[in-house]
Design a protein around this ligand. Sequence first.
Ligand code: ADP
Ligand code: RBF
Ligand code: MG
Length: 218
Amino acid sequence: MSDKQEDAPKSDGRATRPQIIGPDSGPEAPFPLRMSGKVVSGFGRGSKELGIPTANIPVDTTPWIDTAESGVYFGWASLLLPEAHPSLTTPPSTSQPSTTFTSASITPIPTLTPPPSVLEKGWRIYPMVMSIGFNPFYKNTVRSAEVHVMQKFEKDFYGCQMRLCILGFIRKELDYVSLEALVGDIRMDIEVAGRSLRREAWMGKGDGGWLWGRRIKW
Ligand code: ADP
Ligand code: RBF
Ligand code: MG
């Protein structure tokens, strides 16, 4: 027997999972959890080529992050886009789902529209799924927070301010037998998030303005 801790078994992404998270009455404690930061460069692993770009944000200014369980969370993300960004001129009704939504997807994507004065400033709100943790598939040594925004963007938004209103926990992070198995599970996470956020009590009102830059008492 060696002292070395056995690695957890790897997932093939086929395990049965809940298709919707949380009660219809709305998010439960400790949610909503909030986080904000500027979008920075991530690990450069070509997530984009896989159809799952993730906006990385620094984890060092978020008080609850060290005690949060590693895994997949979902909720709403807002972005303060610069004046010239093409996504500012795309009306939400004609907006495109992110590339990770397959044509087989049956879940329409929910949208949240901030008030006109907030829209004018450049804030937009989108549904999101995110991973907080060490990405066991890639054996990271630092904890990261990366957000997949459930929307297709014509242009990157590095450097933009992002705010997150996290409403629920989908699953623990796992190691996988293959990249395909990981990507398959992330697609499922996106479906689950869309289905969960579509309910009225999960659509919120911009979390009291937090999503468009207001300070908020915790
Ligand atoms: P990195 O390793 O730098 O994080 P990624 O391949 O994960 O690179 O791509 C992330 C970047 O792609 C984000 O910082 C953002 O600017 C852009 N992006 C475009 N569409 C999306 C999206 N739907 N969700 C998240 N980021 C996106
Ligand atoms: N990485 C893992 O190693 N294990 C996971 O269970 C895992 N789940 C993820 C779930 C979501 C919704 C997202 C956006 C990312 C996840 N990742 C996970 C991180 C993934 O390895 C990273 O975003 C990319 O490098 C994928 O190409
Ligand atoms: Mg990334």
